[in-house]
Design a protein around this ligand. Structure first.
Ligand SMILES: [Zn+2]
Length: 315
């Protein structure tokens, strides 16, 4: 497997403050990288911007949690360069070793930065379905990434999870326990929740879209997703980190918005299928009343209908 700069090497003061990016052959200077946002004590987020996968950079909210002995990274971004920028942001706040990379699900804006963390001392962790999903999808993601960017990242840069979360798994970062919870089919069939026990932070990643229209993955399930959010809504949670959208969040409101949108899509698509209407008609008519309520609506709404239609057609 191709090796990239080890995160541990970046500990050496000054030596690697600027280093060659394998992806772009441009110099990445850590000093130019904006610091991550500390949303809770020891919980840091690199906020994403609204954008289109493969066309725009830094789309998803990704980040890391710092314990007393080690660091866990949560998602690595949409390119190796994004992963390296995240390492810069980590080193701005801590010299502790990175022990875990947790991928919340397969989508490229959360996983294509994995190889920036390629190091024998780092364990990659994911939902028990993630390795299979990456096996099926990641080469296609890379090909599309290369086509869009003109780069030539090889398949060797794909890193699958070594540790699979079957149900729940606790990891300890040194006086800081993090619980990883594998969910049922929801946004995808490989969603992982990250719960920082110390601050009561729930890293929902793409199980929650905030202001940004919810986007369902091809392997997702609208009913499963609604179920997961409805169950979580009843729990008292201190702090939520959505996969996309602003970090300042009212959990109740954000959950209700997403539940309202997904419920309408599910119910209207079911009706549409029961009257033997076709997918094109569904895409032209369903959920248009939601358009003004969501950012990026025109990019993802019709695709949501198409995926949910395909899912519900056979129920
Ligand atoms: Zn996603």
């Amino acid at each position: 497997m191709k090796r990239y700069i080890s995160p541990l090497l970046i500990l050496l003061p000054g030596l690697f403050s600027a280093f060659q990016s394998a992806a772009t052959d441009t110099l990445l200077n850590c000093e130019d990288i904006e610091a991550a946002v500390e949303v809770q004590n020891g919980v840091f987020v690199r906020p994403g911007n609204n954008g289109i996968i493969f066309e725009d950079k830094n789309i998803a909210n990704i980040g890391f949690i710092v314990g007393e002995e080690a660091i866990a990274v949560i998602d690595t971004g949409g390119s190796i360069n994004e992963g390296k920028q995240l390492i810069c942001q980590i080193r701005k706040v801590s010299k502790l070793p990175i022990r875990y990379v947790i991928n919340t699900h397969v989508h490229p804006d959360h996983t294509l930065g994995n190889s920036a963390f390629d190091d024998a001392n780092i364990t990659f962790v994911g939902h028990h379905n993630l390795a299979h999903a990456m096996g099926v999808l990641s080469k296609t993601y890379l090909r599309r990434y290369n086509e869009k960017t003109g780069e030539n990242i090889s398949d060797e840069s794909i890193i699958l999870p070594q540790t699979k979360v079957l149900d729940e798994l606790e990891i300890d970062l040194g006086n800081r326990a993090i619980t990883l919870i594998a969910t049922q089919r929801a946004h995808t069939n490989n969603d992982l929740l990250v719960h920082d026990q110390k601050t009561g932070t729930l890293w929902l990643s793409d199980l929650l879209f905030h202001k940004h229209i919810p986007v369902i993955g091809k392997s997702g399930s609208v009913g499963g997703w609604l179920d997961v959010i409805q169950k979580l809504k009843s729990k008292s949670i201190n702090n939520i980190i959505p996969g996309h959208g602003p970090l300042k969040i009212n959990w109740d409101e954000a959950a209700n918005d997403q539940i309202r949108y997904l419920t309408q899509l599910r119910d209207d698509i079911r009706k549409n299928i029961s009257t033997d209407a076709d997918l094109t008609e569904a895409m032209e008519s369903i959920g248009l009343n939601e358009a003004a309520k969501w950012q990026m609506f025109s990019h993802y709404h019709k695709r949501n209908i198409s995926y949910i239609f395909t899912e519900l057609e056979w129920e």
